[in-house]
Ligand binder design. Structure first.
Ligand SMILES: NC(=O)C1=CN([C@@H]2O[C@H](COP(=O)(O)OP(=O)(O)OC[C@H]3O[C@@H](n4cnc5c(N)ncnc54)[C@H](OP(=O)(O)O)[C@@H]3O)[C@@H](O)[C@H]2O)C=CC1
Ligand SMILES: O=C(OP(=O)(O)O)[C@H](O)COP(=O)(O)O
Length: 355
């Protein structure tokens, strides 16, 4: 069993903790919080041991009547791998603490690439993490772009990809984020960090990214144009992407017209927190003009990096190969959303029985 801790039980950390707890070959030893707010209840309800992320805040937990199993140092001494899910930039400050405890660490995409020995995506860079003491799972948008561009490059050869990313303003619980009445270039310069970050995963793919921030909280949206070396058939592209276990082709027949309906579809499918771990590619958007491929995809920023974190842990701390790790993660979480609409009949037996 790989013993795992999560440092920072926030948007990403609470999802990674649940995903780790669901793995047959991993044990979630505990999670940390910096403050004793509502998040501690979620950990307690799940039976997760709670540790203080910051040693000198232990008294705040006691004052709030929240029991602790210890502080971060105790957790680090009890695990094989710590997954740092602290706010962007805090991970870099935590890195020396992990090194001092000789604990392997997985960082998130809010950190710069040089925080870790390697950047990670299970589709393109599993082996780079093998045996590493630290890896960085690239950001949610970068993860989605890497998942998409890897099969396109392998099959058609990517001459150049150009992506416009419409980023959600903040997560649903981030009441202080914006914009609320604008669409803001962020950054106004090109490239945004996503293109260079994709090259940490796929060094040979030429990609330009431009990003905006919009007043939505549900998902990011990407407008993608890829010039490929050999002209693709749109149907073959659809088949290629449908074969990718972490890409969900949103069928036209489903009548899903945006992030709101997509999130409801996920909730109806029984997804925890309504999470969509897969890239959501609008099937009818896949269009080809000469060697130019166009499509739109949506990315659930709170969720898509979660299976990648699980695979990163396995790559660092076991000898399981990429295909086996991805299969195990997908199986244990239920990754691999497929609509039954459009391709064939929905069997009556699969619908809830009438009274
Ligand atoms: N949210 C997103 O859409 C995505 C985020 N990421 C990246 O994941 C990382 C985490 O982001 P996110 O989950 O959104 O952040 P959140 O703000 O939701 O959660 C951060 C967590 O870290 C805790 N924390 C605060 N200070 C420290 C500290 N010094 N040491 C350890 N933990 C601390 C917070 O505790 P408390 O709650 O008690 O304050 C909180 O639980 C960032 O690098 C981000 O860029 C990547 C993909 C998507
Ligand atoms: O990793 C993310 O986005 P990114 O891929 O645009 O950097 C997350 O959505 C966090 O983004 P934020 O920095 O806007 O909170």
């Amino acid at each position: 069993m790989i013993r795992v801790g999560v440092n920072g039980y926030g948007t990403i950390g609470k999802r990674v903790a649940d995903a780790v707890a669901a793995q047959p070959d991993m044990e979630l030893v505990g999670v940390t919080k910096a403050s004793p707010d509502y998040g501690v209840e979620a950990a307690s309800r799940r039976g997760y041991d709670l540790y203080a992320a910051v040693e000198d805040r232990v008294d705040e937990f006691a004052a709030a009547g929240v029991g602790l199993a210890g502080a971060l140092g105790d957790l680090l001494d009890a695990v094989d791998v710590i997954v740092d899910c602290a706010p962007s930039g805090v991970g870099e400050r935590n890195a020396p603490i992990y090194e001092a405890h000789d604990t392997r660490a997985v960082f998130q995409g809010g950190e710069d690439a040089d925080v870790a020995e390697a950047s990670f995506n299970a589709r393109g860079r599993f082996e780079a993490a093998r045996g590493a003491d630290s890896v960085r799972v690239v950001s949610c948008n970068t993860t989605a772009l890497s998942r998409l561009l890897a099969p396109l490059d392998e099959t058609y050869g990517v001459e150049k990809a150009r992506v416009t990313l419409v980023r959600r303003g903040g997560d649903p619980n981030e009441t202080d984020r914006g914009p609320i009445n604008d669409i803001v270039p962020d950054p106004a310069t090109v490239p945004s960090h996503h293109g260079p970050d994709v090259n940490e995963i796929l060094p040979d793919v030429t990609v330009d990214t431009a990003a905006l921030r919009a007043p939505v909280t549900g998902m990011h949206t990407h407008s993608v144009n890829v010039t490929v070396e050999t002209a693709p058939d749109p149907g073959a592209v659809r088949d290629l992407l449908a074969d990718e276990s972490r890409i969900f082709l949103v069928p036209e027949a489903a009548g899903i017209d945006g992030a709101g309906a997509l999130k409801e579809y996920a909730a109806d499918a029984g997804r925890p927190r309504g999470d969509l771990w897969e890239n959501c590619v609008w099937e009818e958007s896949i269009s080809v003009t000469g060697r130019d491929l166009y499509l739109f995809q949506n990315v659930h920023q709170e969720a898509d990096v979660v299976p990648e974190n699980v695979d990163a842990i396995r790559a660092m701390a076991s000898d399981v190969d990429a295909a086996e790790s991805v299969a195990r993660t997908n199986e244990s979480l239920g990754v691999g959303l497929e609509s039954r609409l459009g391709d064939g009949e929905l069997a009556r037996a699969e619908l809830p029985a009438d009274d």
